[in-house]
Design a protein around this ligand. Structure first.
Ligand code: ZN
Length: 159
């Protein structure tokens, strides 16, 4: 796995330096999370790379057989940005700048929601703990190319 460190023993998420991820299709997972500032529920989304996506490694690419959810996203192709802007305008860069992460924002108060809370904490919107939680996450298949750079991946997510 190179520079990618396992967060927790057997844990489902890895965090490391930015990895470029590409595939000929992808999915957008949509869930609900409670905003820590205003306390209201808001929609949150996450990109999901399909089985057999490509991931950059030193000197080239490797094929990853399992699905992966992406977080700490720092780069997105124009096509993916456009798709997200139409489906979920609250997922956007937290501030201007080339290295600004794309994060979900509360649709009520516009506060950014931390990817760590959504993706790495048990019970977080994209860390379901029960089959019922996982079924509450909608997944939209997008028949367009994925090209992204992400600092974190959730391995073989349950949604
Ligand atoms: Zn809020």
């Amino acid at each position: 796995m190179g520079l990618v460190a396992q967060l927790a023993p057997g844990g489902p998420a890895s965090v490391g330096l930015g990895m470029r991820i590409r595939a000929d299709r992808y999915a957008i997972a949509s869930a609900s999370a409670r905003c820590p500032v205003c306390g209201q529920w808001t929609q949150v989304v996450a990109l999901v790379a399909p089985e057999f996506h490509e991931r950059s490694v030193e000197g080239g690419w490797e094929i990853v057989a399992e699905r992966a959810s992406l977080f700490y996203v720092t780069q997105l192709s124009a096509v993916v940005r456009h798709r997200l802007a139409s489906l979920s305008p609250w997922y956007r860069q937290a501030h201007a700048g080339p290295q600004a992460s794309f994060v979900n924002h509360c649709e009520r108060c516009a506060h950014p929601l931390e990817d760590h809370d959504l993706h790495c904490e048990p019970g977080g919107a994209f860390q379901p703990q029960t089959p019922a939680d996982a079924r509450g996450i909608a997944v939209w298949s997008i028949d367009e190319a994925l090209d992204a750079e992400a600092g974190g991946v959730g391995h073989d997510p349950a949604f």
